[in-house]
Design a protein around this ligand. Structure first.
Ligand code: DGJ
Length: 366
């Protein structure tokens, strides 16, 4: 007789079959619930993003630990992989923090919103992230970069710093450059980079980050190997107070989800549209369709990424998944994931709550 016992871990189940632990397979996305990996352990990949490579999905995010201290990087960037976006295999720590106290990514730094892209020219996986140096709160506001030969890593930290020192944004006006602006203050040392994402458009990769004390987004082009900025950048939505940028391209136009600035507390989401990555960006308002509470809090979450589904999973229509974090700053490890289909209300991408959903569900993909 086989020894068959069930251990309940969080919302998932691990079955011991003849001594071999197998996590119950998930059939649906369950926004806001605990999502377990193949080992029955809660997925730990916050502020994350997805990459599709060689038929697998890779999810990279911040590995958080228990308590308030868990908001600092004590472990590194965690990777998971999947073929169906619902069941995730633990691939380990792709970029560990460093034990060297002199390293910019020393254990105890703040390392947020990692995003990985694959550069086919160099056959290299390139990870960008928001880095705050240990013990300096959010003052450093740097962009960090690491590379790997394989999606699971190990990623090798290359460098971190402010963006484009000594270079003005291509669209900066004389007024923007006046000596009393944050832009001018940071001209020599480089622009601040906090919440960020990387968006690949054809051959070109762009880093989009909250800059100028979070007042203004900047959109900076990456050099051909994508491991550095090439010096071309623009200011976007000046004084808009946007963070948590998440971009996607649909029917030849660019869309960006973002949030306002309320720390770990949720706020009304925003969505913007542009004809070019570099803008100008135009507001389409709050993408949330639902209750007042849903609209005020974006379902108690903050955007982090938009997943473009490959055409075979989209039934011919381009379909996208909105990825967001439900932060739990007092017990960081317990942060949850809110993934929802991107639907369309005319030309506006919109979000509606679903307790449980699958890719096979019909949704208004335009
Ligand atoms: C909101 C940002 O989106 C998060 O990534 C994090 O930086 C928190 N603020 C910190 O308060």
């Amino acid at each position: 007789m086989m020894d068959r016992r069930a251990l309940l871990i969080g919302a998932g189940a691990v079955t011991l079959l003849g001594g071999v632990a197998r996590a119950a397979r998930s059939a649906a996305f369950r926004p806001g619930e605990v999502w377990n990996d193949n080992n029955g352990v809660a997925i730990n990949a916050h502020g994350g993003g997805l990459l599709r490579h060689a038929g697998r999905w890779w999810w990279y995010g911040e590995h958080k630990t228990a308590g308030k201290a868990g908001n600092t990087a004590l472990v590194g960037v965690h990777a998971y992989s999947s073929t169906d976006l619902v069941n995730w295999r633990d691939e380990g720590i792709a970029l560990p923090v460093s034990d060297d106290p002199d390293s910019p990514i020393a254990r105890g730094c703040i390392l947020e919103r990692p995003k990985v892209v694959y550069n086919p020219r160099t056959r290299t996986f390139v990870m960008w992230f928001h880095l705050e140096l240990k013990g300096q709160g959010y003052a450093a506001a740097q962009a960090g970069v690491a590379i790997a030969r394989r999606p699971q890593g190990p990623f090798r930290f290359l460098r971190a710093g402010r963006v484009n020192p000594g270079i003005w944004p291509a669209n900066a006006t004389a007024e923007d450059k006046a000596p009393d602006t944050t832009l001018a203050r940071d001209f020599a040392g480089g622009q601040m980079a906090r919440d960020m994402t990387v968006f690949v458009d054809g051959d070109t990769a762009w880093q989009v980050y909250a800059s100028e004390e979070n007042a203004t987004l900047q959109i900076a082009r990456l050099a051909p190997d994508w491991t550095a900025h090439d010096g071309y950048y623009v200011r976007a939505l000046p004084d808009g107070g946007n963070e948590a940028p998440a971009l996607f391209k649909a029917k030849g136009r660019y869309y960006m989800f973002a949030s306002g600035l309320t720390g770990w507390r949720p706020n009304p989401g925003r969505v913007y549209v542009a004809d070019r990555v570099t803008g100008p960006w135009r507001s389409l308002g709050n993408p949330v369709r639902g209750s007042e509470e849903d609209r005020k809090t974006t379902f108690h979450s903050q955007s982090t990424f938009v997943v473009p589904l490959p055409p075979e999973r989209s039934g011919g229509e381009p379909r996208f998944i909105f990825m967001a974090d439900r932060w739990r700053p007092d017990n960081a490890i317990d942060g949850r994931y809110v993934w929802l289909p991107v639907e369309w209300d005319g030309e506006t991408p919109v979000l509606r709550w679903r307790d449980r959903w699958t890719l096979a569900d019909g949704w208004n993909a335009r």
